[in-house]
Design a protein around this ligand. Sequence first.
Ligand code: TRP
Length: 475
Amino acid sequence: MAGTAPVTNEGWSSRTAFVLAAVGAAVGLGNLWRFPTLAGENGGAAFVLVYIACVIFIGLPLVLSEVLIGRAGRKDAVESVVVVAEKSNVSPRWATLGWVELLAAFLIMTTYSVVAGWVIYYAYNFGGDLLANLFAGNIFSGAFASDTPDQIQARMPNLFAQPGLMIALHALFIVLTVGVVARGVQAGIEKAAMILMPAFFILLVAITIYSGLTGDFSKASSFLFTPDFSKLSASVINDALGQALFSMSLGSAALMTYGAYVSSETKLAPTATMIAFADTGVALIAGLMIFPIVFAAGLDPASGPTLMFQSLPIAFHDMPGGSIVGFFFFVLVFFAALTSSISLVEAPTAWLINSKGWSRLQSAIVMGLTIFLVGVLGALSFNVLSDVRPLAFWSLMEDQDIFNSLDGLVGKLLLPIAAFLTAIFVGWKADRKLIEAETGLEGGMFIFWRFLVSWVGPIAVGLILIFGLFPSLLG
Ligand code: TRP
């Protein structure tokens, strides 16, 4: 079938390469920044428990679904869905699923890269502090020892007050990402994952151990793991499911795109399970890394999105060795963000290569530039454009600035729609024999997985879509 031949003959060099790249895509700011923020705001363990249930019963089955669409189609996110639709004798209009996912990847990257720019800035500042302490022979000092807590907190608004610097950092992050994507699957994406992911894990374990030894580990672990079910509410459940989708990179073309490069010998079910578990494991470990430090410094776990950029730096200030830990912490976050952004850019780049016939280099640059331009508006919404309300016509978003509108569009609309469509497509529309063969699951396992995809997924995701769009229903 000439029409369904892979357009690129790129592929992972091994299963390990795929797993590392896919875990790299999944593990990112979602695990290190968003998960602790939401767990903190939603009272800890009750949220964590619901989150884990969402991962197992909704997220994991969908991870397998997306990877298998990619491998069965062997093209970009849009064309892979079309190939599976054709083989299943259903309408090629299912391509819509691929389009929604690509749009989600694009929009996520516009805001992701702005936040990753802040991470670069913090890593740079902590690095400078560490060097100064090194030369002063004071290496185990806390971070920014001569600053007051107010001055440390002020670093974030100070950054926001410099639009030029924010745009430059955002540009730098995109250039780094495009530089990797342009080199291709094996020489770029895979190589970056093979270096950055092991480095990430070493840093994660080292900082978590240090944080456990010096921080308030028992308070952190009871906060994260001893549930107080009175804290459970529809909105907590809603947040947990939305976070599970985001964290596993569902609904945003990454898993389909990376799935297309997987060899036909690889067993997909155990591989998808590894990806989902690794992602969840990292989120939990990130909680155990961050909260002991937060509690030891007597800070509020529910401080929201500024937890990483204002609370933690204060904690690093108070902590023995905080200068070292602070620097390596932001390096770790940077590595995690980079392996995710690589996948966010690869998905729409693969589509350009496939559909326009452009070279990989040209596709990656054009995509990077487009993302950069939209992202600039997001960066400027922290200062110059802070009064602009792009979605003012939509009551749900009328108060949101550009950055939060981009973010809300993805989280409230695109990811749940994409996950819903994926579940319906794989659970109900796609050819059962084709799907069964791709999963490699047998007997009861296949039936159970298919039940989760056909019933549990659409109902649960449908509910978060409705509650996300009509929050007043949650009371
Ligand atoms: N999972 C990523 C994180 O936790 C964010 C993300 C969502 C993503 N969708 C994606 C990353 C698609 C890569 C590709 O930070």
